[in-house]
Design a protein around this ligand. Sequence first.
Ligand code: FMN
Length: 224
Amino acid sequence: MELKEAILARKSIRDFRPDPVPKGVIRKVLELGVKAPSAMNTQPWEFAVITGDTLAQIKQANIEKLRSGTMPNVEHSVVSWMPDSVYRRRQVDLAKQIFQLMDIPREDKVKRAQWLERGFRYFDAPAAIIILVDKSLNESGPAMDLGVVAQTICLAALNYGLGTCIEDQGILYPEVLRKYTDIPESKRIMIAIAIGYPNWDFPANKLESTREDVAAITSWYGFE
Ligand SMILES: Cc1cc2nc3c(=O)[nH]c(=O)nc-3n(C[C@H](O)[C@H](O)[C@H](O)COP(=O)(O)O)c2cc1C
């Protein structure tokens, strides 16, 4: 796949076929992923890859926490925008696009709750990659490196016919992940990537998310 083609083909996948992803394939994806650059080659990333019964138990426990109204207990928050900001506006625009594709009316609380749960089930992906960082590093310092590796993983996955969704919903209950794995307390749980073979018939997988015009967000200096 050409580089430009891959960049344009990558999109967040929010429903997957049940087919398991072989360990060897995910290992190859990660081997490509870790070619990502990092500050002074510190490579602060570590991964916990989860599938099978373990992932099924985590999905179930996440849903139980959500339904019981348990407040998320994140070790790393990606949410920092103000309610009246452009960032919130973009978030709302995305939700509107998804709900339209999924035929979820704004006032339909049941369907909205069902949609919310999908993220806590890793969008029914057969596998999830959890990105970890050592707690000896501060929370924000390695975040840039982890973002770069996450995108590289998502691009590498395309090479094997795999789809991905980077998602913080999958790490909102870190205590659940810790209960069913032996992720040590010394590692901060930063972000999840749902990974599997896309279900292309799923309406939300047809979403083409929008972007601001580069002209509106770029200043140019020293050009003719
Ligand atoms: C750090 C991060 C966290 C995200 N968390 C979620 C999430 O919890 N649920 C979700 O549906 N999508 C999540 N996404 C996916 C974004 O919504 C998606 O990347 C964005 O809408 C652009 O769409 P695209 O990935 O299809 O290009 C996340 C993406 C990033 C980079």
